[in-house]
Design a binder for this molecule. Sequence first.
Ligand SMILES: Cc1cc2nc3c(=O)[nH]c(=O)nc-3n(C[C@H](O)[C@H](O)[C@H](O)COP(=O)(O)O)c2cc1C
Length: 360
Amino acid sequence: MDSRAVIEQILDFARWAPSGDNTQPWRFEIIAPNHVAVHGFDTRDHCVYDLDGHPSQIALGALIETAAIAASHHGLRTFARRRPDSPEHRPVFDLEFVADAGLAPDPLQAVVKTRSVQRRPMQTQPLSAAQKQALEAAIGADYAVDWLESTADRLKVAKMLFHSAKIRLTIPEAYRVHKDIIEWRAQFSEDRVPDQALGTDPMTTRLMQFVMQSWGRVETFNRFFAGTWAPRIQLDFIPGVACAAHFLLLAKTPARTIDDYVAAGRAIQRFWLTATQQGLQLQPEVTPLVFTRYAREKVAFSSKSGAQQMAQDLDERFTHAVGAHAAAHAVFMGRVGVGRQPTSRSLRRPLARLLSLEAK
Ligand SMILES: Cc1cc2nc3c(=O)[nH]c(=O)nc-3n(C[C@H](O)[C@H](O)[C@H](O)COP(=O)(O)O)c2cc1C
């Protein structure tokens, strides 16, 4: 295989890394046969969830890790460096691939393209000791996993998620994000999230599509028809109970900088791929981490009156559910369990488009 084909194959795997709302905050520039520049960006200017760009930075870490996994199958070790002079909201990473005869092909490559978020209920059958061990080993020495597994704990988290979802469904800032990223009447979506992957039943999905035509409709529906109840029960409460466990990935030293979040993203991708390899489904639960940080850092995030107070209340519930140590150290949260492979999912922009720096 010529070296251009090798590098394209590596990037073709890398683009399957997960990103918040499938934003794919990366474009690629092939500089030399063993050198790619990843032009990253974040969406903090218009996405209420992308607080300080951290979720996008996690996605960039997942991308770099996936590239390294794919490169190992060509006997190439990956060296990734962020250009210190690149702006934090548009970071550029240089990936260099260096031949290393001693490098073993990483078996996680086998599941890079099948790993997908599952937002529907999973079985409550507990994880086996071997599954937990594999997941804990996947993240390396700088991180630890906290498990919330008992029925009482899952119920506590489910209630907390139910409260978090109220914020998500009643602030105009989140409405604008959801309107942009949902592709309606779709099983697959290259650049967004298809409505069928959201986890609501078909009737609720149609109703959501109707209501989400305008913010005015959302407000009316919320006020007079308890509009947030059906989606919160279907998307947050039931799945919150119907899983084997919730997990928090904790950074031993709390993450602060872009490099901390990129490193966390690498660990998160190994965790998620290992879950897939173990036959498990996974769904991230990142929005409570975001809203509680807004509350703790007293950053105003919504024009809606009462939103800040809701976040404050959520922070109390969150700390009660996961404990103060986990609340301070968490870089990621989600649920896992045995379940069906999703039949609807996000796809990715074609590699040719990601290789064009001007393309959206
Ligand atoms: C940093 C990050 C945060 C995410 N947060 C959530 C979340 O809170 N809820 C959710 O259902 N999915 C979440 N996701 C999953 C993405 O929506 C999903 O990975 C993306 O749409 C691509 O779909 P795929 O994973 O099926 O390929 C998150 C993913 C990342 C990388």
